[in-house]
Ligand binder design. Structure first.
Ligand code: NDP
Length: 295
């Protein structure tokens, strides 16, 4: 099975590294060509000049770009994916995407005799490096079964969620939970510090109590209390994700004030902190507004 991987960003690169380490024949392409050239040098993968060139011999094409519209933008033109894809091949989109655009991509591919599954991932850069990502899949179950050996190189838990777009919907709601938990943990801890409570003591209690979350158990102890704030997942991408969740709630007429409000706060934070800030840096904004450091 020949694999092509497009999008060697923060999480795409370690995912592609897992595919190369599994000795599957791999071709890579990245918009900023130097990143793909560097990856090819260290992994032995072939570096393709264009998306069409990457897709040419591939049975499975994996994309991991910022947004679904970015993936759609690669389809057309003489260098586009559709110019290279074989009939019978499958595009596996690991982007945290939006279901509407995924359905449009699937339609375009089916007209060309190819198949599509949306397969967003969770577990962060560390999960990608270890091959322990959770993968939520939308699309035909038989197509998933065919590409499963590729997904298993970087994923541990693979769940078929429904038709095309279903993976994106689950991912967006998961990301809304992350954004809400992170923001509420920052607000609560800023308040406790102002009350004179040591945040380490507060987290010792909360992490053995019903208010705990991945933010309280991992993100805040490892990244905020240490003041390390490593840049592994851009806040701009989480803002995109919770925006998808907010849109989905609105389109389905689900009253979701917590999601909508948190989406607004993340939009403000993206404007204030810029495109390269990490998602956990929203805590710095809460600290700034509160005039206190969670430390
Ligand atoms: P990065 O910003 O690090 O990388 C984005 C990648 O997409 C780069 O390869 C970039 O190319 C490429 N890209 C962006 N726009 C375009 C475009 N218009 N045409 C072609 N290529 C494009 O993002 P991540 O790797 O962190 O995230 C990728 C996806 O995975 C996102 O949807 C994100 O939400 C999701 N995700 C990320 C996680 C993480 O921990 N980082 C965890 C789980 C999901 P270039 O190098 O040229 O900029």
């Amino acid at each position: 099975m020949n694999i092509a991987f497009l999008g060697l960003g923060a999480i795409g690169r370690p995912m592609a590294t897992r595919i190369a380490a599994a000795k599957l024949p791999l071709t890579v392409w990245n918009r900023t060509a130097e990143r793909a050239a560097d990856f090819a040098r260290t992994s032995g993968a072939r570096h393709a000049a264009t998306p069409a060139d990457a897709a040419r011999d591939a049975d499975v094409i994996v994309t991991c770009l910022s947004t679904s519209p970015d993936v759609y933008s690669l389809l057309d033109g003489p260098d586009g994916l559709l110019a290279g894809m074989k009939r019978g091949s499958t595009l596996v989109d690991c982007t945290s995407g939006d279901p509407g655009t995924s359905r449009r991509i699937a339609q375009r591919l089916s007209e060309a005799g190819a198949t599509f599954i949306d397969a967003p991932v969770s577990g962060g850069v560390t999960g990608a490096e270890k091959g322990t990502l959770t993968i939520m899949v939308g699309g035909d179950a038989a197509v998933l079964d065919r590409v499963r050996p590729v997904l298993e190189t970087f994923g541990q838990k693979i769940v078929h969620c429904g038709d095309v777009g279903a993976g994106d919907t689950v991912k967006a709601v998961n990301q809304a939970f992350l954004a809400i938990h992170l923001l509420s943990a920052a607000e609560g801890l800023a308040t406790l510090v102002k009350e004179g409570v040591d945040p380490t003591k507060a987290l010792e209690v909360i992490n053995a109590s019903s208010g705990r979350s991945n933010s309280s158990m991992n993100l805040i102890p490892e990244r905020v209390l240490t003041r390390a704030f490593p840049r592994t997942f851009r806040l701009a991408l989480l803002e995109k994700d919770i925006g998808i969740a907010a849109d989905m709630a609105r389109e389905n007429r689900v009253p979701a004030p917590v999601t909508q409000l948190t989406a607004d706060v993340f939009r403000i934070a993206r404007g204030e902190l810029g495109e390269i800030a990490d998602h956990v840096e929203i805590v710095k904004l809460v600290e700034q507004w509160a005039g206190v450091e969670i430390a």
